[in-house]
Design a protein around this ligand. Structure first.
Ligand code: UTP
Length: 228
């Protein structure tokens, strides 16, 4: 009998909803999560906003909106993406998407949520949710295949780290949060991970890799282990 797993997945909008919500991917991801819950594992998922969030943020910004208002629009998109994923999960998930960590349903079915409040991204929400639920693992499924020394899309010589500490992750993510900004993990999430020592795997958002990250197989991503 495999030990029961308690894990939170931060499902990047770049993976599940770019340029638009990807129903085929959501179905496949829902199948994986359903299979895991049927085997007795507890899973929660925080869904990102993807391209659509960025489009709304850009337009709001053109209209002179404050950073906070831009963030609010981003949050709204993450929540409708979360609602779609909950639909794909059907009876395996709570259909009501909690809008804060103060109103979580019991973890007897998959909890699916999006953003909570301005000032961070859904990676930070996922890290906070993992601590709140007492999960032992956070899987960050994104459009890059791990944590690199620099942005691999812009720096050709960037190297991928198979394993880093929380402190190293924090150093690599250092910078200010800006609405719609894209880094592999936002600084607030990195700080929570570094301070708590929450075991985290950053992995390319493909179903077999996400499955391997959850169950301890070859995922080809980055393991973040320990505080310092
Ligand atoms: P995402 O979590 O999708 O951020 O939230 P991201 O890093 O830009 O995108 P991916 O998932 O890696 O592609 C989209 C935007 O919504 C706002 C932020 O402006 C964020 O950039 N947001 C989201 C919040 O302000 N608070 C939240 O809790 C979540």
């Amino acid at each position: 009998m495999v030990r029961e797993l308690r894990a939170v997945v931060s499902l990047g909008g770049s993976v599940a909803a770019s340029p638009m919500p990807d129903v085929r991917f959501m179905r496949e991801f829902a199948e994986l999560v359903a299979e895991l819950t049927e085997r007795g594992h507890s899973i929660a998922v925080v869904v990102g906003g993807g391209r659509m969030a960025r489009e709304y943020i850009t337009r709001a910004s053109e209209l002179g909106a404050s950073r906070e208002v831009c963030d609010e629009l981003g949050i709204a998109v993450t929540r409708i993406n979360a609602r779609l994923l909950a639909l794909a999960l059907g009876e395996h998930a709570h259909q009501l998407v909690p809008s804060s960590l103060e109103e979580l349903p019991p973890w007897d079915r998959v909890i699916v949520m999006g953003g909570t409040e301005p000032g961070h991204t859904t990676d930070a929400v996922a890290a906070m949710l993992a601590l709140r639920l007492g999960a032992e693992l956070l899987v960050v499924a994104t459009d890059v295949d791990g944590v690199y020394s620099a942005d691999p899309k812009r720096v050709p010589g960037a190297v991928k780290y198979p394993r880093i500490t929380g402190a190293e992750l924090l150093r690599l993510s250092a910078g200010e949060h800006t609405a719609g900004a894209s880094a592999v993990i936002d600084p607030k999430a990195a700080r929570i991970i570094a301070e708590s020592g929450l075991r985290t795997v950053v992995v390319k958002g493909e179903i077999p890799r996400i499955k391997a990250a959850l169950l301890g197989g070859e995922h080809g991503g980055t393991e973040v282990v320990g505080h310092g």
